[in-house]
Ligand binder design. Sequence first.
Ligand code: COA
Length: 176
Amino acid sequence: MTTTPAQTATIIPLDNVDSALVSALLDTAFEPERHTRTAYKVRDGVDWLPGLSFAALDENEMLVGTIQCWPVALTDESGRPHPLIMVGPVAVLPGHQGQGYGQALMSASIAGIDDRAPLPQVMIGDPEYYGRFWGFTNTPTAGWTLPGPFEQRRLLVRCHNQMVLPETGMLGPWLR
Ligand SMILES: CC(C)(COP(=O)(O)OP(=O)(O)OC[C@H]1O[C@@H](n2cnc3c(N)ncnc32)[C@H](O)[C@@H]1OP(=O)(O)O)[C@@H](O)C(=O)NCCC(=O)NCCS
Protein backbone atom coordinates (compact mmCIF):
# COMPACT_ATOMS: atom_id res chain seq x y z
CA MET A 1 0.00 0.00 0.00
CA THR A 2 1.33 3.45 -0.95
CA THR A 3 0.28 6.85 0.35
CA THR A 4 1.36 9.55 -2.10
CA PRO A 5 2.88 12.69 -0.61
CA ALA A 6 1.14 15.09 -3.04
CA GLN A 7 -2.27 14.46 -1.50
CA THR A 8 -4.08 11.83 0.50
CA ALA A 9 -4.47 9.13 -2.16
CA THR A 10 -3.98 5.58 -1.01
CA ILE A 11 -3.17 3.16 -3.82
CA ILE A 12 -4.10 -0.51 -3.36
CA PRO A 13 -4.15 -3.52 -5.71
CA LEU A 14 -7.40 -3.58 -7.69
CA ASP A 15 -8.10 -7.20 -6.79
CA ASN A 16 -8.74 -6.01 -3.20
CA VAL A 17 -11.85 -4.17 -4.46
CA ASP A 18 -15.33 -5.58 -5.17
CA SER A 19 -15.77 -5.75 -8.96
CA ALA A 20 -19.30 -4.27 -8.67
CA LEU A 21 -17.81 -1.11 -7.14
CA VAL A 22 -15.27 -0.89 -9.97
CA SER A 23 -18.05 -1.21 -12.58
CA ALA A 24 -20.11 1.48 -10.87
CA LEU A 25 -17.12 3.84 -10.82
CA LEU A 26 -16.43 3.26 -14.52
CA ASP A 27 -20.10 3.89 -15.35
CA THR A 28 -19.83 7.25 -13.55
CA ALA A 29 -16.48 8.29 -15.08
CA PHE A 30 -17.47 7.24 -18.62
CA GLU A 31 -20.99 6.09 -19.48
CA PRO A 32 -22.90 2.80 -19.15
CA GLU A 33 -22.48 2.24 -22.92
CA ARG A 34 -18.72 2.20 -22.40
CA HIS A 35 -18.65 -1.54 -23.25
CA THR A 36 -19.20 -0.74 -26.94
CA ARG A 37 -15.98 1.30 -27.12
CA THR A 38 -13.19 0.12 -29.40
CA ALA A 39 -10.83 -0.21 -26.40
CA TYR A 40 -13.06 -2.99 -25.04
CA LYS A 41 -12.80 -4.87 -28.36
CA VAL A 42 -9.01 -4.63 -28.32
CA ARG A 43 -8.89 -6.55 -25.03
CA ASP A 44 -11.88 -8.80 -25.65
CA GLY A 45 -11.50 -12.18 -23.96
CA VAL A 46 -8.51 -11.40 -21.75
CA ASP A 47 -8.41 -10.60 -18.01
CA TRP A 48 -6.80 -7.50 -16.55
CA LEU A 49 -3.32 -7.93 -15.12
CA PRO A 50 -3.54 -7.98 -11.30
CA GLY A 51 0.07 -6.84 -10.80
CA LEU A 52 -0.46 -3.66 -12.85
CA SER A 53 -4.05 -2.73 -11.92
CA PHE A 54 -4.82 -0.50 -8.94
CA ALA A 55 -7.48 1.43 -7.05
CA ALA A 56 -7.23 4.85 -5.41
CA LEU A 57 -8.94 5.55 -2.08
CA ASP A 58 -9.55 9.00 -0.64
CA GLU A 59 -8.85 10.08 2.95
CA ASN A 60 -12.14 8.39 4.02
CA GLU A 61 -11.07 5.13 2.31
CA MET A 62 -13.75 5.59 -0.34
CA LEU A 63 -13.01 4.29 -3.85
CA VAL A 64 -12.36 7.30 -6.12
CA GLY A 65 -10.28 5.96 -9.01
CA THR A 66 -9.12 2.84 -10.84
CA ILE A 67 -6.63 1.77 -13.47
CA GLN A 68 -6.56 -1.54 -15.33
CA CYS A 69 -3.88 -2.97 -17.63
CA TRP A 70 -4.36 -5.79 -20.13
CA PRO A 71 -2.24 -8.17 -22.24
CA VAL A 72 -2.70 -7.22 -25.90
CA ALA A 73 -0.70 -7.72 -29.09
CA LEU A 74 -0.08 -5.91 -32.34
CA THR A 75 -0.22 -8.51 -35.11
CA ASP A 76 2.01 -7.49 -38.02
CA GLU A 77 1.45 -8.22 -41.70
CA SER A 78 3.25 -11.56 -41.49
CA GLY A 79 0.86 -12.66 -38.71
CA ARG A 80 3.43 -12.33 -35.94
CA PRO A 81 2.03 -11.00 -32.63
CA HIS A 82 4.06 -8.34 -30.78
CA PRO A 83 2.95 -8.27 -27.13
CA LEU A 84 2.13 -4.95 -25.46
CA ILE A 85 0.46 -3.81 -22.25
CA MET A 86 -2.77 -1.91 -22.80
CA VAL A 87 -3.26 0.76 -20.13
CA GLY A 88 -6.77 1.87 -19.26
CA PRO A 89 -9.38 2.69 -18.48
CA VAL A 90 -7.90 5.23 -16.10
CA ALA A 91 -10.88 6.67 -14.26
CA VAL A 92 -11.25 9.19 -11.45
CA LEU A 93 -14.67 10.18 -10.09
CA PRO A 94 -15.69 13.63 -11.40
CA GLY A 95 -15.71 15.21 -7.92
CA HIS A 96 -12.14 14.05 -7.29
CA GLN A 97 -10.49 14.95 -10.60
CA GLY A 98 -7.56 17.35 -10.69
CA GLN A 99 -6.26 16.25 -7.27
CA GLY A 100 -3.46 13.95 -8.42
CA TYR A 101 -5.34 10.64 -8.32
CA GLY A 102 -4.87 9.99 -12.04
CA GLN A 103 -1.15 10.58 -11.78
CA ALA A 104 -0.88 8.37 -8.69
CA LEU A 105 -2.70 5.50 -10.47
CA MET A 106 -0.62 5.80 -13.65
CA SER A 107 2.62 5.97 -11.69
CA ALA A 108 1.68 2.81 -9.76
CA SER A 109 1.06 0.85 -12.97
CA ILE A 110 4.19 2.11 -14.72
CA ALA A 111 6.29 1.35 -11.62
CA GLY A 112 4.94 -2.21 -11.72
CA ILE A 113 6.33 -2.91 -15.20
CA ASP A 114 9.42 -5.07 -15.07
CA ASP A 115 12.44 -2.87 -15.93
CA ARG A 116 14.45 -5.90 -17.04
CA ALA A 117 12.05 -6.77 -19.87
CA PRO A 118 9.60 -3.88 -20.25
CA LEU A 119 6.82 -4.40 -22.76
CA PRO A 120 5.71 -1.30 -24.69
CA GLN A 121 2.53 0.26 -23.31
CA VAL A 122 -0.39 1.31 -25.50
CA MET A 123 -3.53 3.28 -24.64
CA ILE A 124 -6.35 5.37 -26.06
CA GLY A 125 -6.31 8.72 -24.29
CA ASP A 126 -5.50 12.41 -24.49
CA PRO A 127 -1.91 12.96 -25.66
CA GLU A 128 -1.87 16.28 -23.76
CA TYR A 129 -2.17 14.39 -20.45
CA TYR A 130 -0.41 11.08 -21.07
CA GLY A 131 2.37 12.69 -23.13
CA ARG A 132 3.04 15.42 -20.60
CA PHE A 133 3.52 13.20 -17.56
CA TRP A 134 4.69 9.84 -18.94
CA GLY A 135 5.96 10.42 -22.48
CA PHE A 136 3.18 8.63 -24.39
CA THR A 137 3.18 9.58 -28.09
CA ASN A 138 0.98 8.90 -31.10
CA THR A 139 3.85 9.03 -33.64
CA PRO A 140 4.57 5.27 -33.86
CA THR A 141 0.87 4.32 -34.14
CA ALA A 142 0.11 6.12 -37.43
CA GLY A 143 -0.15 2.82 -39.34
CA TRP A 144 -1.88 0.78 -36.64
CA THR A 145 -5.42 -0.57 -36.99
CA LEU A 146 -7.98 -1.29 -34.27
CA PRO A 147 -11.12 -3.49 -34.35
CA GLY A 148 -13.42 -0.45 -34.38
CA PRO A 149 -13.45 3.32 -34.83
CA PHE A 150 -10.79 5.42 -33.06
CA GLU A 151 -9.03 8.76 -33.29
CA GLN A 152 -5.44 8.13 -34.40
CA ARG A 153 -4.18 11.12 -32.40
CA ARG A 154 -5.46 9.42 -29.23
CA LEU A 155 -3.78 6.06 -29.92
CA LEU A 156 -0.69 6.41 -27.78
CA VAL A 157 2.36 4.31 -27.07
CA ARG A 158 5.22 4.44 -24.56
CA CYS A 159 8.34 2.45 -25.29
CA HIS A 160 12.07 2.55 -24.47
CA ASN A 161 12.99 1.87 -28.10
CA GLN A 162 10.37 2.75 -30.70
CA MET A 163 12.41 0.93 -33.39
CA VAL A 164 11.11 -2.40 -32.03
CA LEU A 165 7.52 -1.47 -32.86
CA PRO A 166 6.02 -2.60 -36.19
CA GLU A 167 4.91 0.29 -38.41
CA THR A 168 1.66 -1.47 -39.30
CA GLY A 169 -0.51 -4.04 -37.61
CA MET A 170 -3.83 -4.85 -35.97
CA LEU A 171 -4.18 -4.41 -32.23
CA GLY A 172 -6.12 -7.09 -30.38
CA PRO A 173 -6.12 -9.34 -27.33
CA TRP A 174 -2.97 -11.35 -26.63
CA LEU A 175 -4.39 -14.86 -26.71
CA ARG A 176 -1.53 -17.24 -26.04
C1 COA B 1 -8.17 11.81 -17.28
C2 COA B 1 -8.18 11.54 -15.77
C3 COA B 1 -7.83 10.07 -15.54
C4 COA B 1 -7.10 12.42 -15.11
O1 COA B 1 -7.06 12.16 -13.73
P1 COA B 1 -7.07 13.36 -12.65
O2 COA B 1 -6.91 12.74 -11.32
O3 COA B 1 -8.27 14.21 -12.90
O4 COA B 1 -5.76 14.21 -13.08
P2 COA B 1 -4.53 14.61 -12.16
O5 COA B 1 -5.04 15.28 -10.93
O6 COA B 1 -3.62 13.45 -11.97
O7 COA B 1 -3.75 15.65 -13.07
C5 COA B 1 -4.22 16.96 -13.15
C6 COA B 1 -3.46 17.71 -14.23
O8 COA B 1 -3.62 17.03 -15.49
C7 COA B 1 -4.37 17.84 -16.38
N1 COA B 1 -5.34 17.00 -17.08
C8 COA B 1 -6.26 16.18 -16.54
N2 COA B 1 -6.96 15.55 -17.51
C9 COA B 1 -6.46 16.02 -18.68
C10 COA B 1 -6.78 15.74 -20.04
N3 COA B 1 -7.74 14.87 -20.38
N4 COA B 1 -6.06 16.39 -20.98
C11 COA B 1 -5.09 17.25 -20.65
N5 COA B 1 -4.74 17.55 -19.38
C12 COA B 1 -5.43 16.93 -18.41
C13 COA B 1 -5.09 18.87 -15.50
O9 COA B 1 -5.37 20.06 -16.21
C14 COA B 1 -4.05 19.10 -14.41
O10 COA B 1 -3.03 19.95 -14.88
P3 COA B 1 -2.35 21.06 -13.89
O11 COA B 1 -1.73 20.27 -12.78
O12 COA B 1 -1.36 21.76 -14.76
O13 COA B 1 -3.48 21.92 -13.41
C15 COA B 1 -9.55 11.90 -15.13
O14 COA B 1 -9.82 13.24 -15.36
C16 COA B 1 -10.72 11.05 -15.64
O15 COA B 1 -11.01 10.02 -15.06
N6 COA B 1 -11.45 11.50 -16.70
C17 COA B 1 -12.63 10.79 -17.20
C18 COA B 1 -12.28 9.45 -17.79
C19 COA B 1 -11.23 9.54 -18.89
O16 COA B 1 -11.38 10.32 -19.83
N7 COA B 1 -10.17 8.70 -18.77
C20 COA B 1 -9.05 8.70 -19.71
C21 COA B 1 -9.19 7.72 -20.86
S1 COA B 1 -8.80 6.06 -20.40
